[in-house]
Design a protein around this ligand. Structure first.
Ligand code: PMP
Length: 387
């Protein structure tokens, strides 16, 4: 099949499955409101859980960082792209989370690829929660290790896989807060199962860091669990982008020697590292923002209790409404957009077939009346959305 034929077939399949993806053009970036394709909406679709993407102190830190260091790092961290701003941020993150080392990456996607690609060898195995993020699954599939998946959030299912005869090393993988369901992993039980079997645990806490735990230290800290590898990302509660891997001294050195995603890629702009240090200080002092977010989550869940709509088992900022069919999710998202509310219809392959959903995300920047408006519109929708 020619490239052209393959492309046309792929696009036709997406259309036929009501799964065709389109990007809306935003004129305003993230925030409480968003301008998309020339229209203004209340924004219930961003991962800016604490509203830090527009925090004036963080913005000023980026500006003064750019004046000091320039706008780009101009090289890999192994050449000249590792500045005092990067080094200080790594130390601050390690101190905050109680790990010997933190290593910065340009994105969570790259961090997950790097950890798995660098660590795993032939005969090893990866045991991943069934709902793990695409970046974890893709890296696992491309690694020389074998990949098995355990039932979502079920330590007994992981335990069963751990008991199977195996000669190589085992890495178990889960998330702190799941990106499409919003529920949290039972980390203590998962880590205990790993320790009994001599396996290591890797936790991707992209959606829990900054939000859960005291001073926003994340889902692991909230559950008093210290996985061997913790990945945090800065595109959500931190309001920026980038990621860090928290680990032991020797593991960090190992990644610096062998992680191709670090060695052969331009490091994040130093100004971004400056902004991230400012965001970290705001996260640490952010009990006010976390309380506001929690209040918004409670208002949302209580307000839909009698709606007939199916909420998921989530206490986090991610509050999906389960719809089922792809077209119904698209119709519901469109209906909300007509009422000035922006949400995302999430469909397979991002979620399992038959579980298309409206992914609503709440933020500390939402006002009580914003959520009231969302609730009014949702409560007016029949139990069979899309009709
Ligand atoms: N892990 C999880 C759980 C995520 O939800 C995401 C992004 N949505 C990533 C990793 C990738 O992070 P980044 O956006 O920084 O590449």
């Amino acid at each position: 099949m020619s490239f052209q034929h393959r492309i046309e077939q792929g696009l036709a399949e997406r259309r036929a499955a009501d799964a065709y993806r389109r990007r809306a053009v935003s004129q305003s970036g993230s925030g409480r409101e968003i301008s998309l394709n020339g229209q203004r909406y209340l924004n219930f679709s961003s991962n800016d859980y604490l509203g830090l993407s527009r925090d004036p102190t963080v913005i000023r830190a980026w500006q003064s960082g750019a004046e000091r260091y320039g706008v780009g790092s101009a090289g890999s961290g192994h050449v000249t792209g590792f500045t005092t701003a990067h080094a200080e941020l790594e130390q601050q993150l390690a101190d905050w989370l109680g790990y010997p080392r933190a290593l910065l990456f340009i994105s969570g996607y790259a961090a997950n690829q790097a950890v798995i690609a660098t660590l795993m060898q032939n005969n090893d195995r990866i045991l991943a929660d069934k709902f793990s993020h695409a970046s974890l699954i893709e890296a696992s599939m491309h690694s020389p290790a074998t990949l098995r998946r355990f039932q979502h959030n079920q330590p007994t299912s992981l335990d069963k896989l751990l008991q199977a005869e195996h000669s190589g090393q085992t890495l178990a993988i889960t998330e702190g807060v799941f990106s499409m369901d919003g529920d949290s992993a039972p980390l203590a039980a998962l880590h205990h199962a790993c320790q009994q079997a001599g396996a290591w645990l890797m936790v991707d806490d992209a959606h829990g860091i900054g939000v859960n735990g005291s001073q926003g230290r994340g889902t692991c800290a909230a559950q008093k669990v210290k996985p061997e590898l913790l990945v945090i990302t800065f595109g959500k509660a931190f309001g920026l982008s980038g990621a860090a891997v928290l680990c032991s001294e020797s593991m960090a050195e190992y990644f610096i020697q062998f992680a191709r995603h670090l060695i052969y890629s331009t490091s994040m702009p130093p100004a971004q590292a400056c902004a991230l240090s400012a965001a970290l200080q705001r996260v640490i002092a952010g009990d006010d923002l976390r309380q506001q977010l929690q209040q918004n989550i409670t208002q949302f869940r209580n307000g839909l209790a009698d709606s007939g709509l199916q909420l998921m088992n989530s206490q986090s900022a991610i509050q999906p409404v389960l719809v089922g069919e792809n077209q119904a999710a698209i119709d519901l998202a469109r209906h909300l957009s007509e009422q000035g509310i922006w949400t995302s219809a999430i469909r397979p392959p991002t979620v399992p077939p038959g579980t298309a959903r409206l992914r609503i995300t709440l933020s500390a920047v939402h006002h009580e009346q914003d959520i009231n408006h969302l609730l009014e519109v949702l409560n007016a929708v029949t139990a069979t959305p899309g009709e």
